[in-house]
Design a protein around this ligand. Structure first.
Ligand SMILES: *Cc1c(COP(=O)(O)O)cnc(C)c1O
Length: 359
């Protein structure tokens, strides 16, 4: 079977060595030494001033929204994973969807201004599939209307814009280290900000608001992650260059093999370095997509309709008419892409897909 993704698994001995050290210390969670080491190494690797390691990418979003004190309406993208929208609703705010750009699949900055009202407090945008949003245009609008900017950068480990980690942009960026992501710690996530006061506030929030054993600094939640998770992150970080370069090769191989297939692909933001975290294609019609999915599934290959359905159709939000998102989400397919996928498997996938087109 070829699934859409498989988690990267490092050599077991390397993980085991760290687990052994955890047994020796008998320190399993609560800001342990491996969590601290992972935070340091991630800051170094990403070249960002501050970073908080948390339980997952969803709690990272919730803490960001809470720490910025956002109220009312948050302008967001309908083309993302459900956690982007659900976090807004969970924090008592209202998501206002703005349609996406048909080429980049990111929120269309030219449509943001029309959605701003007196109730708007922030823009929460996703760098879809690791392709940076139009950061400069979004920041310019946010500055003009005094809005906060949060980026859901869950797909973006290793992505750069103008030579800097994409995590540096916005008031806060959040990311996910879930097992399906390019870099992972089984479950995990991070919050990145350049603002030291905001950082401090979010660090308290991660640990119930604890300021020492008997004092509390504001309301908090449990966003801590464990030593076992940090250990997986530390071992995986040793392989990050392998992971990134393998994906680049596989991505280029798909491009070559699928040249003859009728499809459109994502346009990347100029001056950015992409991480090849997904292989999305937009097919000419949903009907054609169903045919492709059928032939692949018949051969035990499971691409994913990611993201489908678009988030403006969730049962707990106000339905909005967003023609570009509706169209793309019906026709987009992410093909299998993971570290141990082989060129032969890509040959096979491409051959089956081209067979549908030529029949
Ligand atoms: C994976 C993902 C999340 C959620 O991250 P978790 O670590 O699974 O909570 C949020 N947003 C996007 C865009 C994602 O892909």
């Amino acid at each position: 079977m070829i699934p859409v993704t498989k988690p990267f698994l490092p050599p077991l001995e390397e993980y085991y060595k760290l687990v052994q050290s955890i047994w020796e210390r008998q320190w399993l969670t609560n800001n342990g030494p491996l969590v601290n080491e992972l935070e340091l190494k991630l800051k170094e690797y990403l070249n960002v001033p501050h970073l908080i390691y948390v339980t997952n990418g969803t709690i990272a979003l919730q803490i960001a929204i809470k720490a910025l004190g956002l109220k009312g309406e948050i302008i967001t993208t309908p083309f993302s994973y459900v956690a982007t929208t659900s976090s807004i609703v969970w924090e008592g705010c209202t998501p206002i969807f703005v349609d996406i750009d048909p080429n980049t699949f990111n929120i269309d900055p030219t449509k943001i201004e029309a959605a701003i009202t007196n109730e708007t407090s922030a823009i929460l945008a996703t760098h879809v599939y690791g392709n940076p949003c139009d950061i400069e245009k979004i920041q310019e609008i946010a500055d003009r209307y005094n809005l906060k900017v949060i980026y859901d950068a869950a797909h973006c480990f290793g992505t750069k814009y103008k030579g800097k980690s994409i995590f540096e942009f916005g008031d806060v960026s959040t990311t996910s280290f879930h097992a399906t992501k390019l870099f992972h710690s089984i479950e995990g996530g991070a919050i990145i900000t350049k603002d030291p006061d905001l950082l401090k506030k979010m660090a308290y929030m991660r640990n119930f608001g604890h300021d020492g054993p008997e004092n509390f600094n504001g309301v908090g939640i449990n966003g801590k992650n464990s030593e076992l998770h940090a250990a997986m992150g530390l071992v995986n970080l040793n392989y990050i260059e392998d992971i990134l370069s393998r994906r680049r090769e596989l991505f280029a191989y798909y491009d070559k093999k699928l040249k003859g297939l009728k499809k459109t692909t994502q346009s990347l933001l100029p001056e950015s370095e992409y991480n090849y975290s997904y292989y999305p294609i937009v097919l000419p019609s949903e009907e054609f997509l169903f045919k492709i999915v059928k032939i692949l599934n018949d051969h035990w290959i499971y691409p994913r309709r990611y993201f489908y359905p678009s988030l403006n159709t969730l049962p707990y939000v106000q339905l909005q008419n967003l023609p570009v998102t509706d169209d793309i989400s019906r026709k987009v397919l992410c093909l299998p892409l993971y570290h141990t996928l082989s060129f032969e498997e890509i040959d096979y996938i491409a051959r089956l897909m081209l067979r549908v087109q030529n029949n």
